[in-house]
Design a protein around this ligand. Structure first.
Ligand code: R5P
Length: 305
């Protein structure tokens, strides 16, 4: 134990008593002002504090679909994309086997499972203990909700459980609006699902973009919305979708297939990033995509000799 400070040192202390306490400024991220410090800190790892937005890479498909197209070899496909994204959304199995722990990227950990493509995909449980999420250093945890689906109750129970676990340790929960085949992806449905997830207590929500009145979905949801990419589109269309969502208030994307199934995934992720963080118009982002793609082709040719 250090001894008491010598009298001379005590007399030299400067408490700047004339200067008022420097209050920590408000937290800009939508709906996050009331969160605890740890939650805010983790949200700031996911959402770039400069732009307030995020490019998340979703590659958690395998827990339902197995080696789906584009993700046959996660160990080959994902690592080159990692430096270009703000956050990784994946299962603990993918993380522990294919991602370097020193990659420096926050992780939104898929914490549910219980169904496969062969059966009812909406019937899930929370399968990852919060202790394991903490052990992995997760910045967020996630599961999906089938609002209006046969297993609405179970999936909402999963979400509530996950949020309660996250609240104990300051880990934000991303609620995902999974949409059963019987549901229509319009603003009315997406508005209901996102609002419900926010009010249950998730800190951010992932949903799909809809062409009509997406701005109303955003306006009615008091937490940040990130959009899912959905099925693979031509690259320009995917960039248009990201641009439209961002310009109507989405705070990022959580894209999978539209990145890793692109002709050139590394070029695509950079084009998406330009849209999300720099408000680049889709056509310009597509030009960037093509330029990068050609450069990458050139490099590949050089390597082959
Ligand atoms: C949904 O619950 C999962 O996170 C999906 O694996 C993810 O949303 C798929 O991303 P994308 O639709 O962009 O391929």
């Amino acid at each position: 134990m250090p001894g008491a400070e010598p009298k001379q040192e005590q007399e030299q202390k400067d408490f700047a008593v004339a200067t008022p306490f420097q209050q920590v400024p408000g937290f800009a991220l939508k709906g996050c002002e009331g969160l605890d410090w740890g939650m805010k800190s983790r949200m700031s790892r996911i959402f770039n504090p400069k732009s307030g937005r995020t490019v998340m890479l979703a590659f958690d498909h395998g827990y339902i679909y197995g080696p789906t197209t584009g993700l046959e070899r996660m160990d080959l496909t994902i690592p080159p994309l990692v430096p270009h994204v703000d956050c990784l959304m994946c299962t603990r199995g993918a993380l522990r086997t294919c991602i370097l722990p020193d990659c420096g990227k926050p992780v939104c950990l898929r914490s549910s499972s219980g169904s496969s493509i062969l059966k009812d995909m909406s019937y899930e449980l929370i399968s990852v203990d919060i202790e394991d999420a903490i052990r992995l250093g997760a910045s967020a945890i996630t599961c999906q909700v089938y609002v209006g689906g046969e297993h609405e109750y179970e999936t909402l129970r999963n979400l509530s459980y996950l949020i309660n676990q996250g609240m104990k340790y300051g880990i934000p929960t991303l609620g995902v609006t999974a949409i059963g085949r019987e549901m229509v992806r319009d603003s009315r449905y997406l508005g209901l699902a996102t609002r419900l997830i926010a009010e249950v207590g998730a800190q951010f929500v992932k949903t799909y973009y809809c062409e009509k009145d997406f701005d109303e979905v955003v306006a009615g949801c008091p937490i940040p919305i990130v959009i899912a990419g959905g099925k693979k589109l031509p690259e320009l269309d995917a960039l248009k979708m990201a641009y439209n969502a961002i310009s109507q208030g989405a705070m990022g994307v959580d894209m999978g297939r539209n990145v890793f199934c692109a002709d050139d995934p590394i070029a695509m992720v950079q084009a998406v990033k330009a849209v999300v963080h720099n408000d680049e118009k889709p056509e310009k982002a597509f030009d960037l995509y093509q330029t990068l793609k050609n450069e990458n082709k050139g490099k590949a040719k050089c390597k082959k000799g």
